[in-house]
Ligand binder design. Structure first.
Ligand code: ADP
Ligand code: MG
Length: 400
């Protein structure tokens, strides 16, 4: 793979595919980690006299403009971080984009509107994607792939566009891939994996691969209930992926055969209602044993005994990969499980990698110093698919 240093960028229009998919609350950025992570790449291109055209997706708009998913707030924040104005184009390949890019002087930066406002970005139809990539290609001379959080997507700006322009890998992706290599080759042991979060189906698949590599797998968050159910326990109205139960039972059996330790919650915080994440009004909850969740209750965080158990299972780790919060950490009453895991990583002397948009945001929002962790990844799904051993379209496209 070529790096930015291999490209002659001075005076050229350089398209940077970033991942600026940051969490927003009423138009305010609640965690700017992904913007800060790609800023050094953009700053380097600015320094070298490129005309920088930054593009990203944000959220999941349906292939048409939708103001709640506008990247406009991100342009402002990116400008603050770079210490220079970032011109915002109010469309992606239309008149505004063309005019904004045409007006760029060397060393100036523009951000295009959300790529997913165009159906061609995520289309499954190769021709439709290629057509959109062609429109994007008209805006640039060179391509730098640095949106690590999107490299597992076969999308126009990630997969098709690099084929149309001379391209290089950005510094963020290069760093992320270097870290993931440390989790797959010559791993320092014990290697402990912690999985949680809400996207159960996205995460179950990685376990198959991790069973060959990890010494211990701790399961919390929404995933835990599918595991508890697979062991024959009732989980009330907790997050559950019924169709994954046979797969999960297979994993539990294989883990036993291989001597990989699976650690599930022994107690959980339950409530009859999901907390109000806007007002953060105090929640009503109780602590129950993980095998005694009442039928009308939902598990929303790991319990105090599990916090201790997980901390103990992390204490001697030399390598840790953590993806997915242990509970609904956005509400203070359900943040303790996630805090306990973050603290346990800091207390161990493991090389610790935190992956996942919400997990990374949780670490920062809950007040931990991100520089104390081995690496905070900007990609959740992308890291998981890498660890699954899959080919990532956005990396394949940057090869050669
Ligand atoms: P990441 O972005 O780190 O990969 P996910 O997107 O999979 O993580 O999951 C993050 C979300 O999971 C958070 O919004 C959190 O509120 C939610 N979550 C965690 N535990 C539970 C649970 N027990 N029930 C429902 N949602 C949960
Ligand atoms: Mg998430």
């Amino acid at each position: 793979m070529k790096t930015i240093e291999d490209l002659d960028v001075a005076g050229k229009r350089v398209f940077v595919r970033a991942d600026l998919n940051v969490p927003l609350s009423d138009g305010t950025i609640t965690d700017d980690g992904r913007i800060r992570a790609v800023a050094p790449t953009i700053a380097k291109l600015v320094e070298r006299g490129a005309k920088v055209v930054v593009a990203s997706h944000l959220g999941r708009p349906k292939g048409a403009p939708d103001p709640q998913f506008s990247l406009a707030p991100v342009a402002g924040r990116l400008g603050e971080i770079l210490g220079k104005p970032v011109a915002f184009a109010t469309d992606t390949v239309g008149e505004s984009a063309k005019a904004t890019v045409a007006a760029l002087a060397d060393g100036e930066v523009t951000l295009l509107e959300n790529l997913r406002f165009n159906a061609g970005e995520t289309s499954k139809d190769d021709a439709e994607r290629t057509a959109f990539a062609g429109q994007l290609a008209a805006l640039a001379d060179l391509y730098v792939g640095d949106g690590f959080g999107a490299v597992h997507r076969k999308h126009a700006s990630v997969f098709d566009l690099p084929a149309l322009l001379p391209h290089a890998v950005g510094d963020l992706i290069a760093t992320e891939v270097g870290v993931l290599k440390r989790l797959t080759e010559d791993v320092a042991r014990p290697y402990v994996v912690v999985l949680g979060g809400a996207k159960v189906s996205d995460k179950v698949g990685v376990i198959e691969n991790l069973l060959q590599k990890a010494d211990r797998i701790l399961i919390g968050g929404g995933m835990a209930y599918t595991f508890l159910k697979a062991q024959g326990h009732e989980v009330g109205i907790s997050l559950l992926q019924e169709d994954q139960i046979p797969t999960v039972q297979g994993y539990l059996a294989e883990a036993q055969e291989r001597g990989v330790e699976f650690v599930l919650p022994t107690d959980v915080l339950v409530s009859t209602e999901f907390p109000d994440l806007k007002t953060k009004a105090p929640a009503t909850f109780s602590v129950v044993a993980a095998d005694a969740i009442p039928a009308d209750q939902e598990g929303l965080d790991i319990g105090p005994k599990t916090r201790e158990l997980f901390a103990a299972k992390l204490a001697d780790a030399k390598t840790v990969f953590w993806n997915g919060p242990m509970g609904v950490f956005e509400h203070p009453d359900y943040a303790d499980g996630t805090k306990a895991v973050a603290q346990a990583l800091l207390d161990s002397d493991a090389f610790s990698v935190v992956g996942g948009g919400d997990s990374a945001a949780a670490v920062r929002i809950l007040g931990f110093d991100e520089t104390k962790f081995g690496h905070i990844s900007t990609g959740g799904g992308a890291s998981l698919e890498y660890l699954e051993g899959k080919q990532l379209p956005g990396l394949t496209a940057l090869e050669g």
